[in-house]
Design a protein around this ligand. Sequence first.
Ligand code: DGL
Length: 267
Amino acid sequence: MRAERPIGIFDSGVGGLSVVKALLEQMPAENFVYFGDTANVPYGNKSVPELFNLSRRTLAYFTRREVKAIIVACGTQSSNTLPVLEKECPVPIVGMLKPGIEAALEVSSKKYVAVLATQATVNSGAYTREIKNRCPDGKVLEAACPAFVPLVEKGRLEGAETVLEVKKVMDGIKKEPFDTLILGCTHYPFLTKLIKKELGRGLNLVDPASATVADTMRVLRNLNLLRPDNISGAHHEFLVSGAPESFLEVGRLLLGDVVDKVQKVVL
Ligand code: DGL
């Protein structure tokens, strides 16, 4: 049955687990294959051609695995390569950017949105471009946070070093009067507590994961490819290109027992 085929989800490492969390909440019956490209993490300092090589290799692998759809659970790939990948991919492919932007513009009353993202995402200018397309009078502030991904990959969600790095970025932006903040990299939702604390004021915090999963659900429903809710025994696979042990340890810290087995693959 075509609906039984898994959804392919990928990121550079553990970050995409924030999207898996939303997937488990919103579409618990779905089978999925998660790929964390940990041999190549971080993606945020890669050039655009390097990002294309990595994403095309992952897409080729998912195609061999006959996935029914792909979630690009990575802000960096969503902002740099997705518009081209959409044209090449044989199955529906959904990214983080548009769902996150739409969710942010819906809640922002000032239409002043800040985006935390990787350097490669900021360099692409995609957030500013897409927000301005939808809201020409809107204002966008993008801030790169290169220290965050290595910290989350090590499972360091608190502690002096992480507090310092989060504080550094928040101190640089918190005087600006934006009312909405997009977590434009899938690793960052795991630092939400600290980010909120260091910003020190109330605002709309948007994790694009749930809107991205809702988008995926809509696409699958339109194609009649949703796995029925009343079927149990969903199958979850966690694959990495680097060391499985560290992904297992940090994955369990971030997502719990659902990360029960991690295997290394050579794509
Ligand atoms: N989590 C990814 C993103 O959303 C990749 C981060 C990285 O590897 O630098 O951008």
